[in-house]
Design a protein around this ligand. Structure first.
Ligand SMILES: NC(=O)c1ccc[n+]([C@@H]2O[C@H](COP(=O)([O-])OP(=O)(O)OC[C@H]3O[C@@H](n4cnc5c(N)ncnc54)[C@H](O)[C@@H]3O)[C@@H](O)[C@H]2O)c1
Ligand SMILES: O=C(O)C[C@H](O)C(=O)O
Ligand SMILES: [Mn+2]
Length: 541
């Protein structure tokens, strides 16, 4: 490749028309670009106008990905200027469409590393090739088994790694040249993909058990050798693997499971925010999680830890939880409990009609929860009848239907407001516009882990933390819940995406401070705020 094309085709180096005359001369680009020299702001204005001509949804996302693949600085400058408009395009919910169509619309690998269960021996080589000499500090890895709530999407799932990393940079200012998206391709059980001639991943059923874990371990060993400072963020792993892998590594390396931990933090922050508005106490709440998988159990554990931190006896704290999954209310004798679920089961003797508690409606009637969180992937599961029953027994019902994407929501915020006469305190995984009901305008908080994982990651990276532990996660939840204004009419339970960059910096400092206080930070890191500031990359030429 000539010098000109190696620069213009490198998204980390390319400035396009913004290369000055002197730079063009120095880099051998004279004549390789049209005459006019533009500023970043001019490029942004022009690009945004072009973006507006595209169809909302996937076409807009593809356009933005073109910019991402051509010029990272311009992409992140543009996204920073239009964060509220572009988050849902780059990330959830539109990312779900791009994952479903990944193999059909594939143009380029977007810098990701593709690891193969059929060729575990080449794991290190594959990672090194994709990193191409870059100093990687942050890895988002998925095996595509449990993408959002849409199931097994095999290699197509790599888009979630790419998308999560985009949000890391947009929110926290993680240097985009220091990140790596990774796909662990272990096959797929998605028949539609196995039969799709365009499918780009390994065309065989998902490999489980020992061989799968060999792939994960090879990935972890290779990343430790190649990128010893990197934080590893696990995303959308299946329920059978996620917690095991987290527990295997969480005291040894800086690792983070977003679905378990990120979702736990955002929901704890949301509940704390809601209680600031209702002026009630956490210790007085009864929690029902509907869908006791990775997210549901991560949330239950974060809330439980907080009750204990507030001084409640652990056994008493456990009794504040009611888990509902496919079997109905989970009892200690329910078959097929996961290890995480076993910690929070109930005893049949507590209920006169225990055998009837096989569906959400019956459980809500029997329990009268004050907080109900949906991570079930069951659209419309929070019906009018169920919500009204819950709301009849508590002044300010806290209801978070957070299954993603939009088509899987357990309930829509406008309905929840209507069914509870405006009393509900709600937040959803995907963004919603403000809703006016009975002359009050309600802002709907976004209980998506994207509002917090960038801060956790930045805090851990800036501190050079040797691990990411419960105290750091709790610190992030408090810091986030502190930012809302509980006295504004129709206030949201979480801070708005419009202020994502500002509050991410604050929360990241708190996380870094927690690592320093616990003696988990790298030698010489003593000033959390400064460490976060030093690590923050900003899109500028
Ligand atoms: N907003 C967020 O930040 C966020 C974060 C993580 C996950 N989520 C969403 O939560 C959902 C679950 O994700 P996960 O990672 O926990 O998946 P998971 O597969 O680990 O858990 C889903 C759970 O729902 C249960 N379930 C399935 N059908 C059910 C039914 N009919 N009734 C009751 N329970 C049922 C499953 O048995 C499983 O335990 C997804 O839609 C995902 O998008 C949202
Ligand atoms: O990706 C998201 O939007 C949040 C979450 O991690 C999920 O799996 O739904
Ligand atoms: Mn996820």
């Amino acid at each position: 490749m000539t010098n000109a094309s190696s620069i213009l085709n490198n998204a980390f180096l390319n400035k396009g028309t913004a290369f000055t005359k002197a730079e063009r001369k120095q880099l051998g680009l004279t004549g390789a670009l049209p005459a006019r020299v533009q500023t970043l702001a001019e490029q942004e204005k022009q690009t945004y106008a072009q973006f507006k001509t595209k169809h909302p949804g996937l076409e807009q996302r593809q356009f933005l990905m073109d910019i991402f693949n051509t010029n990272r600085t311009l992409f992140f400058y543009l996204m920073g200027q239009h964060i509220v408009e572009m988050m849902p395009i780059v990330y959830d919910p539109v990312i779900a469409d791009s994952i479903e169509q990944y193999s059909d619309i594939f143009v380029q690998p977007q810098g990701a590393a593709f690891l193969s269960v059929d060729d575990i021996a080449s794991t290190k080589e594959r990672l090194a090739n994709a990193a191409d000499g870059r100093d990687i500090r942050l890895i988002v890895v998925t095996d595509g088994e449990a993408i959002l709530g849409i199931g097994d999407w095999g290699v197509n799932g790599v888009d979630i790694s790419v998308g999560k990393l985009m949000v890391y940079t947009a929110a926290a200012g993680i240097d985009p040249s220091q990140v790596l998206a990774v796909s662990l391709d272990a096959g797929t059980n998605n028949e539609e993909l196995l039969n799709d001639p365009n499918y780009l991943g390994l065309r065989h059923p998902r490999v489980k058990g020992k061989k799968y874990h060999q792939l994960v371990d090879a990935f972890m060993d290779a990343t430790e050798e190649l990128f010893p400072k990197a934080l590893v963020h696990f995303e959308d792993l299946g329920r059978d693997n996620a917690l095991d892998i987290l527990q295997q590594y969480q005291t040894k390396r800086p690792v983070f499971n977003d679905d378990i931990q990120g979702t736990g933090i955002i929901c704890l922050a949301g509940v704390l925010g809601a209680l600031k508005i209702s002026k009630e106490k956490l210790a007085d709440q009864k929690f029902l999680t509907f869908g006791a998988g990775n997210a549901g159990m991560g949330i239950a554990n974060m809330l439980y830890d907080e009750l204990v931190r507030q001084g409640m006896d652990p056994d008493e704290a456990r009794r504040h939880f009611y888990l509902v999954d496919v079997q109905g209310l989970l009892f200690n004798d329910t078959p097929d409990l996961t290890p995480a679920q076993k910690e929070f089961t109930r005893d049949r003797s507590e209920f006169a009609n225990a055998d009837e508690l096989t569906n959400l409606a019956a459980v809500v009637k029997a329990v009268h929860p004050t907080v109900m969180i949906g991570t079930s992937k069951q659209p419309g599961a929070f019906t009018e009848e169920i919500v009204k029953e819950m709301a009849a027994h508590t002044k300010r019902p806290i209801i978070f239907p957070i299954s993603n994407p939009t088509k899987l929501l357990e309930a829509r915020p406008a309905d929840l407001l209507k069914w509870t006469d405006g009393r509900v305190l709600t937040a959803t995984g995907v963004p919603f516009d403000d809703i006016t009901y009975n002359n009050t305008t309600y802002t709907i908080g976004q209980a998506n882990n994207a509002l917090v994982y960038p801060a956790v990651g930045m805090g851990a990276i800036a501190a050079g933390a040797s691990q990411v532990n419960e105290k750091m996660l709790a610190a992030a939840a408090y810091a986030l819940s502190d930012i809302i204004d509980p006295n504004a009419a129709g206030a949201a339970v979480l801070p708005p995406v419009a202020r994502l960059e500002e509050f991410t910096a604050k929360v990241a400092s708190v996380v870094a401070q927690s690592a320093i206080d616990q003696g988990l930070a790298a030698k010489g890191v003593t000033d959390a705020k400064k460490a976060v500031l030093v690590h923050k990359w900003t899109p500028a030429y």
